[in-house]
Every structure is written in structure tokens, then in C-alpha cells.
Ligand binder design. Structure first.
Ligand code: ADP
Length: 229
């Protein structure tokens, strides 16, 4: 579970995020939607403990800056953070050892096959395409078998087949009880989701559960609450 309570982030006097409370529950895909500048990245970075903020953020019941929180937390950033001069396999060994994951090779093998990266295992990160880098970044985040997963704009840089593969994985993680929080502005490609928070000018302006949609689409609701932006 990822829980935000009254989170505010100011840049100087400007409130980029204004008193936001929200939660991503286990076994659900929760999406954070908002037009450019709404404050999505600021929230994501705050959850990932990359920014200071006012308020409280907990991951699986632990404050987000604690080791316990980090053990349970997977983060897939929009721009992959990799080491240019390490191969795919070396990245896997590095994360497997750093997190002391016993069976990391087996877990990684499964994802490497799914993402069709088998032939790239000996390639350096700098030799991978943008989409392949994104997929390696996902493999590394998923290797720790997170109970809470934060995904920032997962569709960017991926081809349609890879997007399908990503959603298959998210679907499986959801079945396994992982709490998934995904930030995106590409609503058209959102096939899998359970709950959505719509952010506008730093505030949550609407929360909707999928079963409450009725005749509306998520896109209709999004435009209603963001002045058509
Ligand atoms: P989103 O990810 O939804 O596009 P951001 O969280 O990146 O939105 O930005 C929210 C607001 O905060 C924007 O108005 C943006 O210009 C502002 N902002 C973001 N980062 C900074 C920063 N480092 N300094 C000042 N203002 C910032």
C-alpha cells in the first residue's frame, strides 16, 4: 500500500502540490492522471523519496524514507537510470546482490524472456534502444518482488507489443496483491486500472473507481475535471 496524507510541495512560494491525500491499495492498479504541470512528477518524486515535502507518505505502513519501506518498494522511473558500461546481466547481478535476493537469477530470467531481452544479455546498457532500456529498468525494479510499485509514464518509449507485455506484468502483479500506482497522461492506452485520481493545478480534483464509471469513459471524466486540458 502507498499512502499520502496531506502532502504539499512548494517551490519557493509556488505550491506545485497542494494538500494531496491519496492511497494505492494492495491488488489494485491506481492511476494518477493530470495534464502537463498538474504536479504528477512532483508527487512521484516525493513518494520515491527524491524530494522533500510537507505531510506524510507511507509505503506498506512505513515512512517512505525508511529501509523497511525501500525493501518493499519498486520504482520504475520515466527515464531509466542505468549504468552505461554495465551489461544487462551485470545490472541484474548488481541489483540481486545489493538487495540480497536469493533467487534473483530465476526471477530475472522470467522477465528477461517476457521482454524479449534474451539476446541482449551481454550488451552494454548504452548499446540498448530506448525501449530496451525501459524494459531493463522494469526487470530491475520487479526483481525485488515489490509489495508496492510506483510506475511513472510506463508507455513512453515503448512499442505497442512492449506496452502489452508491460500491462500483462502489471496484471500479474496486481493478482499477487501488489499495490500499483501509475502516473500517466496517455489515457487512451489505459486498459488496466481500478482506481483513478485526477490531479489539476496541484490538487486532487476527482477520484473515481472503475466500477463507478457508468456510461462515461475515463477520458470524459478527465476532461470534465481539467477544463478540457
Ligand atoms: P507534471 O509531472 O504533472 O507535468 P510537475 O510535477 O513536473 O507536473 O510540475 C508541477 C508544477 O511545478 C509545474 O508548474 C512546474 O513548472 C513546477 N515545477 C516543477 N519542478 C519545479 C522546480 N524544480 N522548480 C520550480 N517549479 C517547478
Amino acid at each position: 500500500m502507498i499512502n499520502l496524507e496531506k502532502v504539499t510541495k512548494k517551490y519557493g512560494k509556488f505550491k506545485a502540490v497542494d494538500n494531496v491525500s491519496m492511497e494505492a491499495l494492495p491488488g489494485k492498479i491506481t492511476v494518477l492522471l493530470g495534464p502537463n504541470g498538474a504536479g504528477k512528477s512532483t508527487i512521484i518524486k516525493s513518494i520515491a523519496n527524491l524530494l522533500e515535502f510537507d505531510g506524510n507518505i507511507e509505503i506498506c505502513g512505513y515512512k517512505n524514507d525508511t529501509l523497511e519501506a525501500k525493501k518493499n518498494f519498486g520504482y520504475i522511473p520515466e527515464v531509466p537510470v542505468l549504468f552505461d558500461l554495465l551489461t544487462v546481466d551485470e545490472h541484474i547481478d548488481f541489483i540481486g546482490s545489493a538487495y540480497k535476493i536469493d533467487n534473483y537469477k530465476d526471477i530475472a530470467d522470467e522477465y528477461i524472456k517476457l521482454f524479449k531481452l534474451v539476446k541482449k544479455r551481454k550488451s552494454l546498457a548504452k548499446e540498448l534502444s530506448k525501449g530496451m532500456k525501459q524494459k531493463l529498468s522494469m526487470v530491475l525494479s520487479l526483481m525485488i518482488q515489490p509489495k508496492a510499485l510506483l510506475v511513472d509514464e510506463p508507455m513512453i518509449g515503448l512499442d505497442p507489443a512492449s506496452i502489452e507485455d508491460t500491462f500483462k506484468i502489471l496484471h500479474k502483479l496486481r493478482e499477487d496483491g501488489c499495490a500499483i500506482l501509475m502516473s500517466t497522461h496517455i489515457i487512451d492506452m489505459l486498459h488496466e486500472w481500478d482506481e483513478a485520481y485526477i490531479l489539476h493545478h496541484g490538487k486532487v480534483v476527482h477520484y473515481v473507481r472503475r466500477e463507478e464509471l457508468g456510461e462515461n469513459t475515463l477520458k470524459d471524466i478527465f476532461f470534465t475535471y481539467t477544463d478540457g486540458e
